[in-house]
Design a protein around this ligand. Structure first.
Ligand code: BDP
Length: 703
C-alpha cells in the first residue's frame, strides 16, 4: 500500500473513532444490534406534526438528526400524515389530562408512535424522550410513556463574567463570546440549547451572581437578546443576574447615576421599572432576575437599612407587567467572629417569611454552608411555608476536585432532595418543599451552577458531563434514582456494552463517597482557604474567621468537630425535633454528619468499633486507595470505550490518585499533631512530612 493511502486511512480512522466529547449524550451513533435497529426503523418511516412553530421545528430537526444517526437513514418530515402508518406523529392537544403543561405522553396509535403534549415545549421534550428510549436500547412495541416535570423553573446558573472568565469554572472560558455578539452567533449556542432541552432545562442565567452592571446596558442587552433568540426555539428563557447598586453605577439616559440604590426611593424604583421595560423591548419573554445581595461584599438593600424583602419586592414591582420572576438568593452570612455561619441564612430569612411579593422565589443552597462535598440539608427548607423556596446545587466542582477528580454528583443531589425535614410530619422531604407540594408554592425552581465552558468537551473532566445530565434529569423528576440516571448517561454517552455499562455505573455511584472519604469524611468541611483545591486544614489566618479552615474543624488536643448542639452554637435548634433529636445525640447522629454537629474526643469509640482517630484514618486511607480501584475499573472497560475519551479520563484518574494521597497525607499528618496517636495498622505512615505537604500546597498558592 502506498504511503499516501495509509495516511488517508489513518485520518479516516481518526475521524471515525476519535470522540472529543463534544456531542455529549446526544451522540446518535448507529445501533449495532441489527434486529433492534430494524424494529425501530419500521416504526420510524416518517415524521409529521399537527402544527408548525419554531419549537416544533426543533423537535422534528432533532428527530431527523437522531434517527439518521441511530438508524442510518434519512426520515422524511411530512406536512401531514394522512392515513399513513409506521411513523412518528407530533401532536399538540389539550386532550392529555394525565400530564401538565410541559409534560408529554408517548403511545402507539394505529401503528404510529404518537408524541402528545399540551404545549410545543412538551412535544419537544417528548421527542427527546423518544430518542433517549432508542439510544438506551429499549423496546418500542408496547410503547407507553408519560412524564411531567415536577418543578416549573429548571435552570442553569452561569457564573460567567463579561470578560470571558468563569468564576469557579474549570472547563475553559465562557461559552458566550460577548465581544462577537450580537452579530456573530457561535453554532455552539444552539448545541448548548439542544443539550439543555434534551433534559427539560427551560431557563438559563447567563451571567455571574457577582454581577457586573455591564449586562444591564443597552449595548449588552442586545447581545443577551441574540442569545435568547437562539435559545427560544428550544423552550429556554434567558435570565440575568443583576447588580443591586446598578441605579447608582449606571444612571439612565438623562442622569449619570442616581445618588442612591435604596429600594424604597421612588427614583430607584422608577429606574428599575424603566430598566425592566427596556429589557423586555429586547427580550419580550425575559425570564427574570437573579440577585445576590448583601453577601460576600455585594451591594444590597441592607446598605440602606432595608431588608431582603424590600429589595426583592422592589424588583418584583418592576416585573409586575411581565411574566418574569425575581429569584433572590439566601446565600448570606455576616462577618461576625462569634456567630456560627451555619445559622446565618435561617436567621436572616425566616423572619421575612410572608413578606415577599408573590413573584419572588428565594433560592437556597442545598446545605447551610457552601456546596461542601457533604452537608446536611439547609434548615431553611420547610421553614418558610409562605415563600416559594427554590434549591441551588453546584455542578461545577469548586469543592469537588475541579476537573481532575471524578465525582458523580447525583447521589449528593438525591441525599438532599430525599432528606426528611419533618415540618409536616414524616415524609416532608426537601424535594416536596422544592416541588411545591408541601406548602402549595406557586413558583417552583431547581437551579444548578453550570459546569460548562469553552473546552471542546464542555465540562473539562469528560465524566463531569454526567453531572449536567443528572441535574437536568432530577430537575425534571426528582424521584429518578442516581443509578437509573447513571445507566442512561453511560449508554447514551459512552457505551452500550452491558458489562461495561454496569462497571461504569457502579464506578460513578461510588465516586462521591470515595471523594468524601479522602477529602472531608464524617462531617469535616471546608479544609480550604486559598484555592478551593489544595488541602489546607491548618489554615488559620484570614480577614474573617469563617474563611479559615480551623473555624470549621476545630481540632484540639481533646478531639475534633463543631459543636452545634445546645452546649455549642445550637444550630440544631433550626431543625424539627425529629431531626434535631437524632442529630443532637452523638450516639444516634449518622457518622457522615457526626463532626458537623459534635466535637468528638479522639478516643471516642464509634459504632464501627473503632476510635474516632482510627475511623478517620481508615477513611482517609481507604478513600485514597479506592481511587486506585477506580483506575482499575476504568482500565477494564477500555475495549468498550472510544480510545481518545478513555485516555483522557485515565489521565485525570492518575492525577486524582496522586492528589487523593496528598489529601490523605495532609489531613493525617496535621491531625496527628493534635491526636498524638500512631497511624493504625494496616495503614503505613506517609513517607513525607507535614512540612513537605505544606510546601506542595504553597506552590498552588503562589501567584
Ligand atoms: C462560593 C464561591 C463564590 C461564589 C459564592 C456564591 O466560592 O465564588 O460567588 O459561592 O454562591 O461557593 O455566591
Amino acid at each position: 500500500m502506498n504511503r499516501l493511502l495509509i495516511c488517508f486511512l489513518l485520518v479516516v480512522a481518526q475521524l471515525t473513532y476519535a470522540d472529543d466529547g463534544y456531542r455529549l449524550w446526544l451522540k446518535y451513533d448507529p445501533i449495532a444490534n441489527t434486529s433492534q435497529r430494524d424494529a425501530y426503523s419500521r416504526s420510524a418511516q416518517f415524521i409529521a406534526a399537527n402544527k408548525t412553530s419554531p419549537i416544533i421545528k426543533s423537535a422534528t430537526d432533532e428527530l431527523q438528526m437522531g434517527l439518521q444517526g441511530l438508524l442510518g437513514k434519512s426520515v422524511p418530515v411530512l406536512t401531514g400524515a394522512g392515513n399513513r402508518t409506521g411513523g412518528i406523529l407530533l401532536e399538540v392537544t389539550a386532550n392529555t389530562p394525565e400530564i401538565n403543561e410541559e409534560g408529554y405522553r408517548i403511545a402507539k396509535r394505529q401503528n404510529n408512535i404518537v408524541i402528545s403534549a399540551k404545549t410545543d415545549a412538551g412535544v419537544l421534550y417528548g421527542a427527546f424522550a423518544l430518542l433517549r428510549h432508542l439510544q438506551t436500547g429499549q423496546p418500542i412495541e408496547q410503547l407507553t410513556l408519560a412524564s411531567s416535570p415536577k418543578v416549573k423553573l429548571r435552570m442553569l446558573n452561569h457564573w460567567d463574567n463579561p470578560n470571558g472568565t468563569i468564576e469557579r469554572g474549570y472547563a475553559g472560558g465562557s461559552l458566550w463570546k460577548w465581544y462577537e455578539l450580537p452579530e456573530t452567533i457561535d453554532p455552539r449556542y444552539k448545541d448548548y440549547a439542544r443539550a439543555n432541552a434534551s433534559l427539560g432545562i427551560n431557563g438559563t442565567v447567563v451571567n455571574n451572581v457577582n454581577a457586573s452592571p455591564r449586562l444591564l446596558t443597552g449595548e449588552y442587552l442586545q447581545k443577551v437578546a441574540a442569545l435568547a433568540d437562539v435559545f427560544r426555539p428550544y423552550g429556554i428563557k434567558v435570565y440575568l443576574s443583576v447588580y443591586f447598586a446598578a441605579p447608582k453605577t449606571l444612571g439612565d439616559r438623562t442622569r449619570p447615576g442616581l445618588k442612591t440604590s435604596d429600594p424604597l426611593d421612588p427614583q430607584v424604583r422608577q429606574w428599575w421599572a424603566d430598566k425592566t421595560k427596556e429589557i423586555h423591548q429586547y427580550i419580550p419573554d425575559f425570564g427574570g432576575f437573579l440577585v445576590k445581595a448583601n453577601s460576600e461584599g455585594e451591594p444590597g438593600p441592607q446598605d440602606y437599612g432595608r431588608t431582603h424583602a424590600d429589595g426583592a419586592n422592589m424588583l418584583a414591582e418592576a416585573m409586575k407587567p411581565y411574566n418574569g420572576v425575581v429569584i433572590w438568593r439566601a446565600f448570606v452570612y455576616k462577618a461576625d467572629p462569634k456567630a456560627d455561619r451555619f445559622k446565618a441564612a435561617y436567621e436572616e430569612f425566616t423572619p421575612l417569611d410572608g413578606q415577599f411579593d408573590p413573584k419572588v422565589i428565594v433560592q437556597v443552597k442545598n446545605g447551610p454552608i457552601d456546596f461542601q462535598p457533604r452537608e446536611p440539608f439547609s434548615p431553611l427548607f420547610g421553614n418558610m411555608p409562605k415563600t416559594p423556596l427554590g434549591i441551588e446545587f453546584q455542578l461545577t466542582q469548586e469543592y469537588l476536585g475541579f476537573a481532575t477528580h471524578l465525582v458523580y454528583e447525583a447521589p449528593l443531589f438525591k441525599e438532599c432532595l430525599d432528606a426528611d425535614t419533618y415540618v409536616k410530619g414524616k415524609g416532608s422531604t426537601v424535594a416536596k418543599v422544592v416541588d411545591g407540594s408541601l406548602h402549595g408554592y406557586t413558583h417552583t425552581l431547581m437551579a444548578g451552577v453550570a459546569n460548562t465552558g469553552s473546552d471542546r468537551n464542555w465540562t473539562g473532566h469528560p465524566m463531569a458531563q454526567s453531572n449536567w445530565y443528572a441535574f437536568g434529569r432530577l430537575a425534571w423528576d426528582h424521584t429518578l434514582t442516581s443509578e437509573v440516571i447513571a445507566d442512561e448517561w453511560v449508554k447514551m454517552t459512552l457505551t452500550r456494552e452491558p458489562t461495561a455499562v454496569k462497571r461504569i455505573t457502579n464506578l460513578l455511584l461510588k465516586s462521591r463517597d470515595i471523594y468524601v472519604d479522602y477529602n472531608t469524611p464524617m462531617g469535616l468541611s471546608r479544609p480550604w482557604a486559598g484555592v478551593h483545591f489544595a488541602p489546607e486544614p491548618w489554615q488559620s489566618k484570614s480577614p474573617r474567621p469563617d474563611w479559615t479552615a480551623v473555624y470549621y474543624h476545630r481540632a484540639d488536643s481533646i478531639g475534633i468537630g463543631f459543636d452545634r448542639t445546645a452546649s455549642g452554637s445550637n444550630a440544631l435548634a433550626q431543625y424539627q425535633p425529629e431531626v434535631r433529636q437524632q442529630w443532637a445525640n452523638p450516639e444516634t447522629c449518622p457518622l457522615p454528619y457526626l463532626l458537623w454537629f459534635h466535637h468528638v474526643p479522639w478516643t471516642k469509640k464509634l459504632s464501627t468499633g473503632r476510635s474516632l482517630w482510627d475511623e478517620l484514618c481508615t477513611r482517609f486511607y481507604t478513600g485514597a486507595d479506592s481511587v486506585r480501584w477506580m483506575q482499575q475499573e476504568w482500565t477494564q472497560v477500555k475495549p468498550a470505550i472510544d480510545p481518545v475519551f478513555h485516555a483522557d479520563v485515565a489521565g485525570r484518574l492518575a492525577t486524582q490518585q496522586r492528589e487523593a494521597i496528598w489529601w490523605r497525607d495532609a489531613w493525617v499528618l496535621y491531625l496527628q499533631e493534635y491526636a498524638r496517636q500512631p497511624i493504625p495498622a494496616p495503614f503505613k505512615k506517609p513517607d513525607r512530612t507535614l512540612e513537605d505537604v505544606k510546601q506542595l500546597v504553597n506552590i498552588y498558592l503562589m501567584r
